[in-house]
Design a binder for this molecule. Structure first.
Ligand SMILES: Nc1ncnc2c1ncn2[C@@H]1O[C@H](COP(=O)(O)OP(=O)(O)OP(=O)(O)O)[C@@H](O)[C@H]1O
Ligand SMILES: [Mg+2]
Length: 404
């Protein structure tokens, strides 16, 4: 080791006193430098990525993401960072799990400073020098797409699209969770013929922060592999759920799932605003009537002020040629392009809802299903909206502009 080079260590433990104690033990060896601390698994992964320590000293039982899961993520996606698990559970099965997750060594709590320092130094001799490539290219972990299906007009087809989209992605073997944040009258479970044992209302009784294992207990699995966090069974429970709860739920789920699809009620409330902030894509659902176009126009303005314009994909639902308004006129009025169109197909869409089988399953060759598949491709590719500058013509919808 270069004389000046120190062995860089990140301490991940939710107990502040334990972190302090480890720091103190490490201070006995001047070659060891603590470069950071993390108080849960999610933070441990994030800091390992930022700080590129030689070693992460990883506690096992931590909130949001446990130490084994965090070890797995670090080992898979952050080259050159080794994990040493610290745990009171000293049984063989536990040790096996830690090694399977990719840990390089294991310390039984409580351990002495000699044991700790010896473990780090000997591991550094074996692996540290070979492993530490600060410039190594990080293997990008699979990114979670958080897709908010939104619209400020009721009944435009948000839930229909959210459910079918989630189902299609699950059929593609993606890990998908569908979050029903239409907290008063959410009907995702009905659309999927599910009878949830637990809903978000019971989940939040567990407190303000959850780990993944706990949260998973409150999800309702569908045979397809799709998981659902259902809306409360009764509208009066809706007010128990806060924007902070929604944020926490999404933060925990995003470490595990490929896609989080969020169904929303048609309004700008605190929860929707928090979700719009966190999401990576917004599907703004539009219908072909003047009232919906007016609402969509206002929504676009608000979302632009909130800096979400780049995330928006405008989706025209119930598209049809005989509505008295053309798509081009709607786009011109909104100054925004429609990215996907789902046709009006009552004979497929409504029975699918009544039977609780999404139409992408019950009728995969229907036009509506094809349109959802195309939409899923757009989402998977993360395609951005093309901005086509337009000159505003006030001829057709002058009424909308006068209201401003
Ligand atoms: N493309 C379509 N073709 C025909 N019917 C449709 C289509 N999309 C949605 N519908 C029907 O419109 C009705 C409203 O749809 P949905 O519940 O998905 O709207 P929503 O935006 O979620 O409403 P809310 O604002 O009340 O939550 C449902 O009966 C649904 O079957
Ligand atoms: Mg709905």
């Amino acid at each position: 080791m270069d004389k000046a080079e120190k062995i860089r260590i990140l301490i991940a433990d939710d107990n502040e006193e334990a972190r302090l104690n480890i720091r103190r033990m490490l201070s006995f060896d001047v070659k060891l430098a603590v470069v950071g601390e993390a108080c849960d698994g999610v933070e441990a992964v994030q800091k390992a990525k930022e700080l590129r320590p030689h070693f992460v000293l990883m506690d096992v039982n931590m909130p949001r993401m446990d130490g084994l899961k965090a070890t797995e993520r670090i080992t898979l996606y952050i080259p050159g960072v080794s994990v040493i698990i610290m745990s009171v559970q000293g049984d063989q099965e536990y040790l096996r799990k830690a090694m399977m997750a990719g840990a390089r060594s294991y310390l039984n709590k409580p351990f002495s400073s000699d044991e700790l320092i010896h473990t780090i130094n000997s591991l550094y001799q074996i692996t540290g020098r070979k492993q530490y490539y600060p410039e190594a290219q990080e293997i990008a972990p699979p990114k979670c797409e958080i897709v908010t299906v939104f619209g400020t007009k009721g009944g435009v087809g948000k839930t229909t699209l959210a459910v079918n989209l989630a189902m299609h992605l699950a059929k593609k073997k993606k890990k998908v969770v569908l979050l029903d944040l239409d907290l008063q009258f959410g009907d995702v479970a009905i659309f999927l013929n599910l009878y949830p044992k637990h809903t978000i209302a019971e989940l939040i009784q567990e407190g303000d922060s959850f780990d993944l294992d706990l949260l998973e207990n409150y999800l309702t699995p569908h045979d397809s592999g799709l998981k659902v966090l259902a809306a409360p069974g009764r509208p009066e429970y809706a007010e128990l759920i806060t924007a902070a709860h929604a944020e926490e739920i999404i933060n925990v789920l995003k470490a595990e799932y490929d896609y989080i699809i969020v169904d929303t009620p048609p309004l700008f409330n605190d929860i929707n605003l928090a979700v719009l902030d966190m999401c990576t894509q917004v599907l703004l659902v539009l219908g072909m009537d003047l009232a919906t176009i007016k609402n969509t126009k206002l929504s676009l303005e608000v979302l632009t002020i909130l800096n979400h314009r780049d995330k928006i994909k405008l989706i025209l639902n119930r598209a049809s040629d005989d509505m008295g308004i053309t798509i081009a006129q709607a786009e011109e009025t909104l100054d925004f392009d429609v990215m996907a169109k789902v046709p009006s197909e009552g004979r497929v869409v409504v029975p699918a809802l009544n039977e609780g089988i999404p139409f992408v399953v019950s009728n995969p060759t229907s036009k509506a299903s094809m349109a959802v598949q195309k939409l899923a491709d757009i989402i998977m590719q993360g395609k951005k909206n093309q901005k086509i500058p337009r000159k505003r013509s006030k001829k057709m919808f002058g009424r909308l502009f006068k209201q401003r």
